[in-house]
Design a protein around this ligand. Structure first.
Ligand SMILES: Nc1nc2c(c(=O)[nH]1)N[C@H]1C(S)=C(S)[C@@H](COP(=O)(O)O)O[C@H]1N2
Ligand SMILES: [Mo]
Length: 570
C-alpha cells in the first residue's frame, strides 16, 4: 500500500485518474489552442492544420462519396468538413493530454512533477515541442503540404511560427488546467482542514491567479478569434431556393417540354415595376458571392512585388509587373458569374462590371503560339490552377481583370488579377493569377481532379426572387412575381412563369440586360386567388433553346431543373 508519509500530500493518483485529468486538461487546452490557430490563420494568413487536412481530404475523396456529400450538404460541405476536422483536432489534443499525463512519470530523466502532483511548466514546453515537431515533420507532409508546409503557398516560416505559437499555448494552458484539477482534488481531500495544506493550497491559488491575469491577453485574442470566425462563417451562409423535386410536377414539365423554338422568340423589353425583393442588377462588391478552395484564409498578394509570367508554348515568354500591366489598353465588360456548385434557385451568382486586358493581347505580347498548343493554364497564388481551351483563350471577351465595379479588384475576388471567361462556370475564373502557361497537353485543373467538368459550359438557369418560397401573401391583391434568368454568353429571349404547377405559362416582361454576358431581370404581374400556389419559371435563350426541366445535381456539370416555389394567398 502506498500510504504517503505526510497525510496532506496525495500519492500519484491512479492511472485512470491521471488519464482523465490529462484528457480533460488536453481537451480544454486544445479548444483554446485551436482558436489561436484559427486566429493566426485569419490574421497572418498561416495555414491551420484542419485546413491542410481538409484540402487533402477534398482532393483525395473518391468521386461518388464527394458527390454524395455534395448532394447532402450543398456548397456548405466544405464548412461542415472543416468543423468536423476541428472537433477531431480537439479530441486528438485530449487524447494526447491524457496519454502524456499517464506516461510522463515513466520517463526517468527530467523533473516532470512536483511532490503535490503538479506538472511543471517545462513539462508543458516539452509537450509543445513534441507537438510542433509532430505536426511539422509528420502531419503536414502526410497531408501533402510538405515539411513544415513547404508545399503551401503560405510558406515555411509562417507555418513554423504559427505552429510554435499554437503549440506553446497548448502546452502552457494544458499545465495550468491540469494543475488546477490537482489543486481542486487536494482541496476536496483536505476537508479536515489541515492548516499546512491549506496554506500551501492558498499559495498555489495566488500563483495561479497572477498567471491567469497574464494569460488573459491570450484569451482575449482567442475570443476575438471566435468572433472573427463566426463572422466569416455567417457572411457566406447563403440559403439556396428550392428546385422541382416533386415527381408529378417533373412529369408535367417533361411531357410538355420542347427543347428548341424556331424561329427564336424576339425579346420584349420594358420597364419593371418590381422594387422589393428583386435582385439588384449589378451586385455590390461586398454582396458578390465568394467561393474558394481555401478553408480559412485566402492568399494576400502584394501588388508591389507581384509579377505575372506568360510562358510555355509561345515564342517570347515574359514577366510583367502590376504597373506595366495596368498601363496596357483596358476594356470594360459587364459579366454575370455563376459557380458550378450553384443549386437551382441558388445564390452563387452575381453580376459586376469588370475592367481588364484581353487575354489574347497578353498572349500576343508573348510572340506567336507554337504549333500543337491546345490549352492555356492559369496558376494562382493559393496553389489553385485551371485551364481553358486555346480557342476560348483567344475570344475577345476572355480577359485578365484588374478592376471590379470601378475599384481595384478586392482581395477575396482575386487581387491583383483574375481571369474572366464568359460562357463557362466561375471555377475557371481563376483568382490571384501569377502565371499563364500555353501548353500542348490536356491539363486538368484543381476541381477537374475531383471529377468536375473540364469544358464546364454554363447551363441556362432562371430564379424566382419574389415572392419568397413559403411566403404568405394577400389574396386578390395585385402583386408581382419577379426574378432573374441567365444563359451565360447566349442571352435570354423569353422568360415564362407558371402559377399552376406548369399547366399554363405566362410571358414575363424583361429588363434589357446591361450586356450580352449578363443575367436579365424579369417580372410578371399577378393577382392570386385565395389558396396555395406552386410557381415555376423557365427561360429561353436568343437561339431559341429552352431551359432543361430535367433535375440534375451540381456535380459534375452544374445543376439543372426549373426553380419552383410554393406560396399561400389568404
Ligand atoms: N485561385 C483561385 N481561383 C478561384 C478559386 C479558388 O479557389 N482559387 N475558386 C473558383 C470558383 S469555384 C469560383 S465559383 C470563382 C468564384 O469567384 P468569386 O469568389 O470572385 O465570386 O472563383 C474561382 N477561382
Ligand atoms: Mo465555383
Amino acid at each position: 500500500m502506498g500510504t504517503p508519509s505526510t497525510p496532506s500530500l496525495s500519492p500519484l493518483p491512479s492511472g485512470g485518474e491521471r488519464f482523465k485529468r490529462g484528457a480533460l486538461a488536453g481537451l480544454l487546452a486544445g479548444i483554446l489552442a485551436s482558436l489561436i490557430m484559427l486566429l493566426l490563420s485569419l490574421t497572418i494568413g498561416s495555414t491551420s492544420l484542419p485546413e491542410a487536412l481538409g484540402s487533402s481530404i477534398a482532393q483525395t475523396l473518391p468521386l461518388p462519396i464527394f458527390s454524395y456529400l455534395h448532394d447532402l450538404l450543398g456548397v456548405d460541405a466544405k464548412r461542415y468538413l472543416f468543423a468536423i476536422i476541428l472537433i477531431g483536432q480537439c479530441l486528438v489534443f485530449a487524447l494526447f493530454g491524457g496519454l502524456c499525463n499517464l506516461f510522463v512519470d515513466r520517463l526517468k530523466f527530467g523533473q516532470w512533477r512536483d511532490e503535490q502532483g503538479d506538472l511543471s511548466y517545462s513539462t508543458g514546453l516539452t509537450l509543445s515541442g513534441i507537438l510542433w515537431l509532430f505536426s511539422g515533420l509528420i502531419f503536414l507532409p502526410l497531408t501533402g503540404s510538405g515539411v513544415f508546409g513547404s508545399q503551401l503557398p503560405t510558406g515555411v516560416s509562417s507555418t513554423m511560427a504559427s505552429l510554435a505559437l499554437t503549440g506553446i499555448a497548448f502546452g502552457l494552458i494544458f499545465i495550468l488546467i491540469h494543475n488546477w484539477l490537482v489543486w481542486r482534488s487536494l482541496r476536496l481531500n483536505n476537508a479536515a482542514g489541515d492548516s499546512e495544506t491549506a496554506a500551501m493550497l492558498a499559495e498555489k491559488q495566488a500563483q495561479r491567479r497572477s498567471l491567469i491575469r497574464n494569460g488573459l491577453v491570450v484569451l482575449g485574442l482567442g475570443t476575438f478569434g471566435v468572433a472573427a470566425w463566426r463572422f466569416i462563417v455567417s457572411s457566406s451562409g447563403l440559403g439556396s431556393g428550392s428546385s422541382a423535386a416533386d415527381p408529378q410536377l417533373q412529369g408535367t414539365l417533361i411531357q410538355n417540354y420542347q427543347a428548341k423554338i424556331s424561329p427564336p422568340p424576339v425579346p420584349e423589353y420594358g420597364t419593371l415595376s418590381t422594387v422589393k425583393g428583386l435582385t439588384p442588377e449589378v451586385t455590390a462588391n461586398t454582396n458578390f458571392y465568394t467561393v474558394s478552395k481555401n478553408f480559412v484564409s485566402d492568399p494576400t498578394v502584394n501588388g508591389q512585388t507581384w509579377k505575372l509570367t506568360v510562358d510555355g508554348q509561345i515564342t517570347q515568354p515574359f514577366t510583367m509587373t502590376y504597373n506595366e500591366i495596368a498601363a496596357m489598353p483596358m476594356h470594360s465588360q459587364t459579366e454575370t458569374m455563376m459557380c458550378i456548385s450553384n443549386e437551382v434557385g441558388g445564390n452563387y451568382m452575381s453580376n459586376a462590371k469588370w475592367d481588364g486586358i484581353a487575354l489574347k493581347d497578353l498572349l500576343q505580347r508573348a510572340g506567336s503560339i507554337k504549333p500543337g498548343a491546345t490549352k492555356v493554364v492559369l496558376y494562382a497564388a493559393d496553389g489553385y490552377s485551371d485551364s481553358i481551351h486555346l480557342s476560348k483563350a483567344l475570344e475577345p471577351t476572355t480577359m485578365v481583370a484588374l478592376r471590379m465595379n470601378g475599384v481595384t479588384l478586392p482581395n477575396n475576388h482575386g487581387y491583383p488579377a483574375r481571369l474572366l471567361v464568359p460562357g463557362i462556370y466561375g471555377m475557371k475564373h481563376v483568382k490571384w493569377i501569377e502565371r499563364i502557361e500555353v501548353v500542348n497537353t490536356d491539363y486538368q485543373g484543381y476541381w477537374q481532379q475531383n471529377g468536375w467538368s473540364d469544358p464546364a459550359p454554363i447551363k441556362m438557369t432562371s430564379r424566382i426572387d419574389t415572392p419568397a418560397n413559403g411566403a404568405q401573401i394577400s389574396a386578390n391583391q395585385p402583386t408581382y412575381i419577379a426574378g432573374i434568368a441567365f444563359a451565360s454568353n447566349k442571352g435570354i429571349s423569353q422568360v415564362d412563369v407558371s402559377m399552376d404547377s406548369g399547366q399554363h405559362w405566362q410571358k414575363a416582361l424583361l429588363k434589357k440586360p446591361l450586356s450580352d454576358l449578363t443575367w436579365v431581370l424579369w417580372e410578371v404581374p399577378w393577382q392570386p386567388k385565395a389558396g396555395s400556389h406552386q410557381i415555376v419559371v423557365r427561360a429561353i435563350d436568343l437561339q431559341g433553346n429552352v431551359q432543361s426541366p430535367l433535375s440534375a445535381a451540381p456535380l459534375p456539370n452544374g445543376s439543372s431543373g426549373y426553380h419552383t416555389i410554393k406560396v399561400t394567398a389568404n
